[in-house]
Design a protein around this ligand. Structure first.
Ligand code: SF4
Length: 50
């Protein structure tokens, strides 16, 4: 599965706004369900050094 992601400063982000991680973990900020996109977060995100 291809994951498109626009978080350009993540170490896993590739050209073309794609995620290059072999696996990603997504959580809900509000428990086990979510009612909007804003309530979800990528836990695999790692900021680039610079
Ligand atoms: S790990 Fe998460 S934040 Fe980073 S490129 Fe992949 S989907 Fe985006």
């Amino acid at each position: 599965m291809e994951v498109l992601c626009e978080v350009a400063n993540c170490v896993y982000n590739l050209e073309g706004e794609k995620c290059g991680a072999s696996e990603i973990s997504i959580i809900s900020e509000v428990g086990k369900t979510a009612s909007s996109q804003q309530e979800t977060d990528c836990q695999t995100f790692e900021p680039q050094e610079n």
